[in-house]
Design a protein around this ligand. Structure first.
Ligand SMILES: [Zn+2]
Length: 58
């Protein structure tokens, strides 16, 4: 079952320039691919862009 939209948005709020979420699909703009996001840890595990987020979205 998909998590509530509000939940996913709270998970990704630390990575505003990395992830975008349209209510059904979580998209990583760094990898340019969809990320599974049924659990928060999936978002946290995908946090491989700690430095990248400083260089994109500017
Ligand atoms: Zn990514």
């Amino acid at each position: 079952m998909a998590p509530a939209k509000k939940s996913v948005q709270s998970w990704i709020q630390d990575y505003p320039n990395v992830f975008s979420y349209d209510g059904s699909v979580l998209f990583c703009s760094v990898c340019e691919k969809v990320v599974q996001c049924t659990k928060k840890f999936q978002v946290d595990q995908h946090d491989i862009h700690k430095d990248v987020k400083l260089t994109i979205g500017t």
